[in-house]
Design a protein around this ligand. Sequence first.
Ligand code: KG4
Ligand code: ZN
Length: 357
Amino acid sequence: MQKPFALLLGYYPAAMLVLGIETSCDETGVALYDTEAGLLEQRLHSQVELHARYGGVVPELASRDHSRRLVPLVESVMADAGMQAGDLDGVAYTAGPGLIGALMVGATFAASYAAAAGLPAVPVHHMEAHLLAPLLEPDPPAFPFVALLVSGGHTLLVDVAGIGRYSVLGTTLDDAAGEAFDKTAKLLELDYPGGPALAALAERGDAAAFDFPRPLTRRPGLDFSFSGLKTAVLVEVRRLREAGAWDEQARADIAASFEAAVVETLVLKARRALEQTGRERLVVAGGVGANRRLREALVTEVDIRRGRAFFPRPAFCTDNGAMIALAGALRLAAAEQEPRILARARWSLEELPAVAA
Ligand code: KG4
Ligand code: ZN
């Protein structure tokens, strides 16, 4: 039996094989997770090219592409694992939060596939899957921990006492961290999604070149705000252009200074959350969790506190089917039943039922 399951559930559930399906935004993710053997197979189809020329995700195109990709992806995952639908114990799918049309494609497909094979379909909360993603790694965190979830749609600090025992400590009042990366990347004339491209450009820049604001850090509390930071970058870009100083080095310096402002803000709030809750472990997940500088800064911060930071590998920070299969398996092990097909654009983590440990 895999360590995370016994560790987290407090008992050894029966062995289970779960197919996971992720379609909340612009990636179609499919994976097979076995509670004994771990992750067996996974596939991801990114729609980045499809949306690139629009500078952002076009919801209608995302839904259509998920419906085109799902059948071949599931077929190839099952074939390569040498499995048939009858070998599965359940089908997990992202039920929200996310783009409603995209979610409905995945939910309807998963529920139909499950019904045809006489299996339970398990709706999964996308952010719960992100925060449980480090359990896909060989050395998973034990409960309790604080989770910093930083993605394109969310910026959350969550106290995690157990599965489904979540208290949201802080959230963003405006843009999400990933959204701030993407919007700032656009100002720097980088292609969508700009987060990784901005991080690469920042490698050549001076993080001390511009003193961008660290929003909401001087006030107490754990909420975030990133829209002012983006505006500060816009003002600086305009000034540089007008001064005829808009060159490659200026772009790199802005990227590095912006990244430093976001990283410092996230680290400061993570520190406050650890202090406030008295937790020792910090889990970092979501697309921005793939950012190298953020990872390094958080490791240093947690080391100082003699705690430990846990990250999924970068490919499991961004959206993927493996985290959905794993979260679904945990919920299925707790014998949760949901006969309805669920798709919810908005859905708080705090509404989830607790799984007794
Ligand atoms: O978790 P995710 O794949 O999708 C959502 O659920 O939103 O996160 C995507 C976000 C995008 O905003 C992307 O620009 C950002 O994560 N991202 C990064 C990096 N890799 C992805 N941001 C900064 N540095 C990175 N290396
Ligand atoms: Zn996500």
